[in-house]
Design a protein around this ligand. Sequence first.
Ligand code: 7TS
Length: 410
Amino acid sequence: MNLEAIRNDFPILKTQCAGRDIVYFDNAATTQKPLPVLEAVFDYSTHRNGNPHRGAHPFAIAASEAYDGSKETVRRFLHAKSTREIIYTRNTTESLNLVARSWAETHLGPGDKILITIAEHHSDLVTWQRAARKTGAVLDYIYVDRETGRFLPEDLAKIDDPAVKLLAFAEVSNVLGVRFDPKPLIARAHAHGAVVVLDGAQSAPHRPVDVQDLDCDFFAFSGHKMCALGGIGVLYGKEALLEDMEPFLLGGDMIDTVGEQETSFAELPAKFEAGTQYVEGAVSLEAAIRYVEAVGWDAIRSQEEKLVRRTLEGLRQIPHIRLIGPSDPAEKEGLVAFNVDDVHPHDVAQILSAEGICIRTGHHCAEPLHRYLGVGASCRASFYFYNTEEEVDYFLEKLKGVRPMMGYDD
Ligand code: 7TS
């Protein structure tokens, strides 16, 4: 991997801050966009912009081709059977809401259980709370070991309960950094016919996905976390399930025929894509997938592993650092959350920000997990393939200065 050439594709990384190139370690929140992605959108907007699936003029046709063509790239990226199974949404959150509204709220009832984990992002948690409340189903949790971040084995047995009709979890936790191998859990849930929803927000940008091999029923991810523009996300769903679901949004482009009282819906995937589609987002996602694939999954993985290893080794040598989740680099996927004793995470972030380092603080939309771990908030450094070991060293050096700056002398 030619890191210098890659970084040249991301002009934003050259932003000057505190006398140097900015250090962007907030990639789990959103990644930066490379020139080929921005150029693809510019090219579409300057030469081909139209409203897809409407009209016979050249721009409407070009827009339809751009939109539908990008779906084929996403299908290939996910290894889905058909583009009928690929629905564009705004982001992971909307994808999960679609499943909650259009599947869970119409297929579950009293006596049923929804099983999620304590490590979920709010978008994979609050959604199921409402589905449970509306249907009378019970929402239950798989808890994690506070040291290793791994699911408690005794809680995994909950999956085998035939009352569990829906299992939802994130493949990679945005706080613990742990990857939960989804395949065995999916097989276990399928043994009694439960539907499995995978939140791929933190996994799809970093490792190849094969929804057929995983055999998950739904898979959600966000384009903006993998170099695409904000506002484009994906929901993959097995065709038979999607066929059996009511659309979540109603309006133009998702209909077959409309009468005064009754409407029949369009075929998949249009049934779930009401209104004028976000073609610019679709174009950006296609370009982003091509970009990330050209960098290569092995290169991405090895760069992120290097960065995580160096960070964890460095943190170990700084007194008063408390890691969130496992400390073994082999157990971490591209992000490290931590706290500095006696210093509020917001102060840590502000001190680092003044040095040109962007990290995230707060509960990272995982409030129940933070409460379970007994911490109010945490700091998080999250990496992507364009980050460097030099940036990690700079971050560690500045982090060392945080407690002294707050008046502690050890
Ligand atoms: N699921 C996980 C595991 C996430 O990390 C996030 C976003 C989402 C779902 C929601 O994604 P969205 O694109 O719909 O917002 N996580 C974060 C984060 O960790 N910091 O900012 C957003």
